[in-house]
Design a protein around this ligand. Sequence first.
Ligand SMILES: Nc1ncnc2c1ncn2[C@@H]1O[C@H](COP(=O)(O)OP(=O)(O)O)[C@@H](O)[C@H]1O
Ligand SMILES: [Mg+2]
Length: 244
Amino acid sequence: MKVELSDIIRRYGEAQALRGVTFSHAAEIRALVLIGPSGGGKSTLLRLLGGLEAPDGGTVRVNGRELPAHEHGLHAYRRMNGFLFQSFNLFPHYSALRNITLPLEVVHGMTPEEAQEKAESGLRRFGLYEHREKRPFELSGGQQQRVGLVRAISSKPALLLLDEPTSALDPEMTAEVLDVIKELNEEGQDIILSTHEMGFARAVADHVLFLAEGKIVEQAPGSGVFDNPQSEQAQRFLSRVMQY
Ligand SMILES: Nc1ncnc2c1ncn2[C@@H]1O[C@H](COP(=O)(O)OP(=O)(O)O)[C@@H](O)[C@H]1O
Ligand SMILES: [Mg+2]
């Protein structure tokens, strides 16, 4: 993917979540990773990049196309993307299978047969097929997130946006979800990920943005931000989170 941000502003009432975020990079990025302290603007930037919201100022370009600022246009763009958030956002009263087929039918216009076939093959691939009739409360957190991932990729999204997808999981479940994300990325799925899993961030990132107080304080390709942080803020943050 190619991402270009120019002077992005986003406010929520009095709070200014993004205060002039500018970024561009000539090379293709397959995994863009957002790190930084809580409240820095990671989730807000992810929502803008995925088309869930429009900025109050500035322009977002993804793969050369400027994202529309109005809801109607954004809606069409948003449908091209897949999302997974921190908390399990499966429908609690539907089975794993139905959680996947429902948006494929309703949002993506597949027939029930097509949707079922897609969902089953995704579930099979990630070792979830035998759980297909279970509802979310009958699944572990890691399984729920993997069902969420199958749902997010079943429509072959242009971008897969992941907002702290493992922050509610224990270490073993975290690993099983990160394995899936890494595999998808290696297969060519473009991802934009915010995470506190610094080891994973470093391993998977083509490019890292360090956000704090609504700005990109530092950014670098590969593991540059981790290996050689330039700003005091990034140095402080990394030394704190890498301490234990
Ligand atoms: N929907 C919202 N309503 C009000 N304030 C928000 C909303 N979303 C984010 N904010 C504020 O914007 C700032 C950035 O938040 P966020 O993007 O969630 O940061 P991060 O994901 O890095 O923790 C925070 O101060 C947060 O309180
Ligand atoms: Mg967040």
